[in-house]
Design a protein around this ligand. Structure first.
Ligand code: IPE
Length: 244
């Protein structure tokens, strides 16, 4: 089983609020429709979540108690989720939505609880669950952002996925010269190159991605849309991240 993240900046126009990148989403949906293995898809926010999260001053650690803020962000994410599902259904992929706000939470230490039994059962019954980054309840914070990357690592670990793929706007993790790094085994390998998060990304950018993926026991690949078919065919395009 493969857990595949479609980065928000891949499938949306990240600089224009709530704008889909239709051709990119079509390419991703074509690749998913051609895949032979069981799949769980997780998508990020791109222009459907990040600007609302910024506007309302919330992130994975900074919370909000404002229900309208939660509904703005969650609403934009479920709109994007419907677009993703409908493009997959148009290609006969048996895709079903799973919304983290309804089930996930963090405790006062920031520890995430994300039930995955329904996801496992859906996969067992031949469906392709499609989860997404979201807002979730957070003890003492109200609600905080749950990134798609956190969903990916949780689902991959809980369902004992064989491989994890993160389809990004860059062809892999890039070194200081802009070349793709083949493998990453420790954050120190790339710390200088990946730096900190981008201003418009409330959940950590490439640095956060690498940290999340290093925590997994499964190998994870980071690649761009050009590498998606190869990844789904069992190859290792872009950067492979091996955790412990
Ligand atoms: C962010 O998810 C979720 C929200 C802002 C609600 P991600 O951090 O996974 O999104 P992308 O892939 O970077 O756009």
């Amino acid at each position: 089983m493969i857990v595949l993240k479609l980065g928000g900046s891949v499938i949306t126009e990240k600089d224009r609020p709530e704008t889909l990148d239709g051709p990119a989403l079509d390419r991703a949906a074509d690749a998913v429709a051609d895949a032979d293995e069981d799949l769980v898809v997780v998508h990020g926010a791109g222009s459907f979540g990040h600007h609302y999260a910024e506007k309302h001053g919330t992130s994975t650690t900074e919370g909000t108690h404002d229900p309208d803020a939660v509904l703005d962000i969650h609403g934009a994410m479920t709109t994007l989720n419907r677009f993703v599902i409908s493009r997959l259904r148009a290609r006969d992929v048996p895709a079903l939505p799973v919304h983290p706000l309804s089930a996930a939470s963090r405790d006062d230490g920031g520890r995430l609880s994300l039930p995955t039994e329904q996801v496992a059962t859906m996969v067992g019954e031949g469906f392709v669950p499609v989860l997404h980054g979201d807002m979730i309840a957070h003890e003492d914070e109200g609600t905080t952002v749950l990134s798609g990357d956190e969903v990916v690592t949780r689902v991959a670990a809980a369902l004992d996925a064989d491989r994890v793929g993160v389809c990004s706007t860059v062809p892999g993790v890039l070194d200081a010269d802009g070349d793709v790094v083949d493998t990453v085994e420790a954050f120190a390998d790339v710390a200088d190159a990946v730096g900190e998060s981008e201003a418009t990304d409330v959940s950590g950018g490439m640095a956060g991605k690498v940290r999340e993926l290093l925590a997994l026991s499964q190998p994870a690949s980071v690649f761009d849309l050009d590498g998606l078919d190869a990844f789904l065919a069992g190859e290792a395009p872009g950067t492979t991240i091996h955790g412990d």
